[in-house]
Design a protein around this ligand. Structure first.
Ligand code: GTP
Ligand code: MG
Length: 366
């Protein structure tokens, strides 16, 4: 005969309340079994791109409605790039002087009809601008003035890598454009709060959090700091010669180093090893050929070989890792290209092992 044991208190609890308690207990147990992983880092470092890669690797493909939205986001991204370059050209007489007569006409039309009332958050309006100014954008993208502005993109708000979108402008603006996966990964929408998604990965439930990295949105981060198993901190290698979008006086790499240091010091995370993705290695490889790290005020102590990929990467690895003063703690560094699914899949395999091991240790209180 089965024996039911109950405390005197339980006897006074209505069956429905007992069920609620049991459900709450089960929910807590399944919550505890989840692996909570945060993607942290400054704005534009590549967090959402890695978040998208997690969906490519472990989730469902985009729905038709999502792809339609992505098409508009990509068209809007083309306009954002052209507006960033147009603003730079308008403010830089020697570059503006490169415009030929027919290009000047296209430029004036774009200034008047697009730049003057531009709002980078209004995807619908920008996608419409894109489709309404196809010949002007085609003419300008081929012009010497825009080529010069692009070569000086570190001085503008242009997203490095979005030249690939403008190079596919004819496809992107065609009526039957179907978003390919490389464009999906290049597309950009600033994250403004905290978004999360759960995936069953090798039998474990990973709940992955993507956060807005720009300064204003970091105040929302604290909401997801409890019970974290793993953190991937993403920093863009290629931004060592760029200033923050939200503060033109601060070097982006310096901001990433400061933020990494504060994540390491955060009381919630003292028992967590950090996974550090030094991202945008493809853009860094191109940039380092012509930009010298030591020319940057904040990195004038760089004594490695100028224009050398390995020396540059090694220098920044040392800078990040030096913040970790706890011999019990590890920083696992990966040099990544978040837009390359093969690269992220490879890196993720080893990260996953580290995270699963950390989860076992935490479960046993080790
Ligand atoms: N070429 C290249 N582009 C990248 C790489 N990683 C990210 N990007 C691009 O950089 C832009 C910014 O990436 P996001 O993933 O949106 O950056 P984020 O960290 O989520 O930025 P916030 O949401 O503002 O915090 C996007 O257009 C990406 O496609 C990379 O490794 N190589
Ligand atoms: Mg984001």
């Amino acid at each position: 005969m089965g024996v039911c044991s109950s405390s005197p208190d339980d006897l006074n609890v209505k069956p429905s309340t007992q069920k609620q308690k049991r459900d709450a207990k089960e929910a807590k147990a399944s919550e505890d079994a989840k692996i909570k992983m945060l993607l942290l880092g400054c704005g534009e470092s590549g967090k959402s791109t890695i978040f998208k890669q997690m969906r490519i690797l472990h989730g469902k493909p985009q729905t038709a409605a999502e792809l339609l939205r992505l098409r508009d986001i990509i068209r809007s991204n083309c306009v954002m790039l052209m507006v960033a370059l147009a603003n730079f050209i308008e403010a830089t007489a020697e570059v503006e002087g490169l415009l030929l007569a027919d290009e000047r006409k296209a430029f004036n039309k774009v200034l008047e009809e697009v730049v003057s009332n531009f709002n980078d958050e209004n995807v619908d309006a920008n996608a419409e601008h894109c489709m309404n100014h196809i010949p002007q954008f085609q003419t300008l993208w081929k012009s010497a003035a825009f080529k010069e502005a692009w070569s000086r993109r570190a001085e503008t708000d242009a997203i490095d890598g979005h030249d690939a979108l403008m190079d596919s402008f004819d496809d992107i603006t065609s009526a039957d454009y179907a978003v390919p996966s490389n464009h999906l990964l290049l597309s950009r929408v600033r994250t403004e709060g905290v978004v999360s998604h759960s995936y069953d990965i090798d039998g474990a439930i990973f709940e992955i959090f993507d956060v807005g990295g720009q300064r204003y949105f970091r105040k929302t981060w604290f909401d997801c700091f409890e019970d974290v198993t793993a953190i991937i901190f993403v920093a863009s290698l290629s931004e060592f010669d760029q200033m923050l979008a939200e503060d033109k006086s601060k070097n982006r790499m310096t901001e990433a180093l400061d933020l990494f240091s504060s994540v390491l010091d955060n009381a919630y995370f003292t028992k967590i090893d950090l996974l550090l993705f030094l991202n945008k290695k493809d853009l860094f490889a191109t940039k380092i050929r012509t930009s010298n790290i030591a020319d940057q005020k904040d990195f004038s102590d760089f004594e490695g070989k100028p224009n050398d990929f390995d020396s540059g990467v090694g220098y920044f690895i040392d800078k990040f890792v030096a913040f970790n003063e706890d011999p019990e703690r590890q920083v696992f560094v990966h040099i990544t290209c978040a837009t390359d699914t093969g690269n992220i899949s490879f890196v993720w395999e080893s990260c996953k092992e580290i995270i699963l091991e950390a989860n076992i240790q935490a479960s046993f209180g080790l």
